[in-house]
Ligand binder design. Structure first.
Ligand code: U5P
Length: 219
């Protein structure tokens, strides 16, 4: 995944035509498109290959099962054409290893959720977030998912993992995070959904966030 705008589109719409149109309109301003359950359950797994015409695809299935099931899920995800998969870290090292094993067979990447961006993410996951980040680094994951709603947590996690892993960070805009703050705290990419796909002009919204990232937190 090439780093240009430092932005990933979270395409949580449920209509195929709308998804393809938004992806095409904003492709100039995003480095990847993240698809998850809302879009895939509504339109089918084939949407991954269709969207991959516009950008690399990150499949956000937050895979969280026993190693064998994780293995089977990741095979389907990469067979469908995804470039990366997002998995949960709380299921433990063996479950994560299963995902990384399949990803490396396909030459693809695994991102591990260490802590979630919503208020409830602080309840159970945050206290173990740093341990999950360490495990992900030891296991050889490509990156982490860490909360844009708490840039101080992104900073703490960056300190733990150094430059070993990339950090992608959801929670910008609709959830309250500011893109340039999170990049300054150590994230490589921000993930933006509603602020783009619900805007009157998704293209204009994406361009504005990209410009804000480029200008930096004091810009
Ligand atoms: N996402 C989060 N927080 C996490 C992990 C993943 O928001 O901790 C995902 C959501 O499922 C959604 C996107 O797809 O990132 C954020 O969308 P939005 O709040 O910008 O609309």
């Amino acid at each position: 995944m090439e780093k240009k705008s430092c932005m990933i589109l979270a395409l949580d719409v449920s209509d195929r035509e709308e998804a393809l149109k938004i992806a095409e309109d904003v492709s100039e301003f995003v480095d990847a498109v993240k698809v998850g359950y809302p879009l895939v359950l509504a339109t089918g797994l084939g949407i991954i290959r269709e969207l991959s015409e516009f950008a690399p695809i990150i499949a956000d299935f937050k895979v969280a099962d026993i190693p064998n099931t994780n293995h089977l899920i990741c095979e389907q995800v990469f067979e469908a054409g995804a470039d990366a998969v997002i998995v949960q870290g709380f299921t433990g090292r063996d479950s994560l290893d299963a995902c990384i094993e399949v990803a490396s067979e396909y030459g693809k990447d695994v991102f591990v959720v260490s802590e979630m961006s919503h208020p409830g993410g602080a309840e159970f996951l945050q206290p173990v977030g740093e341990a999950i980040a360490r495990m992900a680094a030891q296991a050889g994951a490509f990156g982490l998912v860490a909360p844009a709603t708490r840039p101080e947590r992104v900073k703490a996690i960056r300190k733990i993992i150094g430059d070993k892993l990339t950090i992608i960070s959801p929670g910008v805009g609709a959830q309250g995070g500011k893109a340039s703050d999170v990049i300054a705290a150590g994230a490589d990419w921000v993930i933006v959904g509603r602020s783009i796909y619900r805007a009157d002009s998704p293209r204009k919204a994406a361009r504005e966030i990209a410009a804000e990232i480029e200008a930096g937190p004091n810009g």
